[in-house]
Design a protein around this ligand. Structure first.
Ligand code: UDP
Length: 334
């Protein structure tokens, strides 16, 4: 039997595939390669290139492979783009998940671990954020992920497919071996942008707003190491296979760091100056997002081990130095 990883060529999905294979699982990967990279797919995984909205393609994979459970990362995930083109997000993310659940029902596959987001909460009424707080997404991306959670809820009621939805806070870092890491094109995320500036690939980093109601005026986020984050997915699979009930868990580190603190950490880790420029606020950015991950610790037994921001930055830097052009040699990686 195999675990099917949808989006296994992407940043977070590729780390899941590596850890599943480390654990001795047979892994089948589906990725459209729209944003993923073929080189990020573990050489021992069985890889199918295709779009999950194509039901005939998806049925073909489920017919050929013997799938025990699904881990679903395949989605568009850029907040800014989701505001400019929300229909693209609803089509790929929501409709894609609808097709996936249809094929899971047809093939009697009964468990799914789902990649969700803190963006389902919107501007929080208090921090740290717990899973019982209201969900009011402030951007279309978050709305699609919340809708995908609801698709799973109703599909469970009708067809008994159990799900665990993991709401990520800010994921960063890379596998310690440096084989895989973060490579988005264009890059929009804070940590890789800071490190591209440290490498001299960008002249500076623009700080999106210095007038927030925080200690230094810049946005505060909760950063979680990608390898710790993936550990929670493996635990969630065990939990579902052991008869656990469908549920939703936050994954973060319960600590907040400002944009300026992240830049200072990167200066210490890299020894580089990293020029900064002040900029306007980015639409849809809440001022402070910090997770309570107590529920994941208590119920899944999650024990994140790489919680220092220095460790996260060091592993990300290791990847950037090893592969300054990411997966695509000679390409412009901005
Ligand atoms: N940010 C920034 N400059 C950049 C990219 C990001 O100041 O070039 C800020 C952004 O406003 C947010 C934080 O860094 O407060 C993290 O942004 P990122 O896009 O990495 O993740 P998000 O919080 O959107 O999931």
């Amino acid at each position: 039997m195999s675990v099917l990883v949808l989006g296994g060529a992407g940043y977070i999905g590729s780390h899941a595939v590596y850890q599943l294979i480390d654990q001795g699982e047979n892994v089948v990967v589906i990725d459209s390669l729209e944003t993923g990279h073929k080189q990020a797919v573990h050489p021992n995984a069985t890889f199918y290139e295709g779009d999950i909205r194509n039901i005939d393609f998806l049925r073909g994979v489920f017919q050929k492979e013997s799938i025990a459970s699904v881990v679903h990362f395949a989605a568009n995930s850029l907040v800014g783009e989701s505001m400019e083109d929300p229909l693209k997000y609803f089509d790929n993310n929501v409709y894609g998940t609808q097709v996936l659940l249809r094929v899971m029902v047809e093939h009697d596959v009964k468990s799914i671990v789902f990649s969700s987001t803190a963006a389902t909460y919107g501007e929080p009424e208090a921090v740290p954020i717990t899973e019982t707080m209201p969900t009011n997404p402030a951007n279309a991306y978050g709305e699609t992920k919340l809708t995908m959670e609801k698709l799973m809820k109703w599909t469970e009621q009708a067809h008994g497919i159990k799900y665990v939805s993991l709401r990520y806070f800010n994921v960063a870092g890379a596998r310690e071996t440096g084989e895989i890491g973060e490579d988005h094109r264009p890059e929009t995320h804070l940590v890789p942008i800071i490190l591209q500036a440290a490498l001299g690939q960008r002249s500076h980093i623009t700080i999106f707003g210095e007038d927030y109601d925080t200690a230094d005026g810049t946005c505060v986020r909760d950063y979680v190491h990608v390898e710790d984050l993936i550990q929670a997915h493996l635990l969630a699979l065990d939990y579902l296979n052991g008869g656990g009930k469908s549920d939703i868990f936050n994954l973060g580190s319960n600590q907040g760091f400002s944009v300026k603190e992240m830049i200072d950490t990167a200066r210490q880790v890299t020894g580089k100056e990293i020029p900064v420029m002040p900029g306007d606020r980015r639409a849809g950015d809440p001022s402070v997002l910090i997770a309570s991950s107590e529920k994941a610790k208590n119920i899944l037994g999650w024990q994140p081990a790489r919680t220092s921001i220095t460790k996260i930055m060091e592993d990300a830097w290791h990847w950037h130095v090893a592969r300054p052009n990411g997966y695509v040699e000679g390409a412009d990686n901005k």
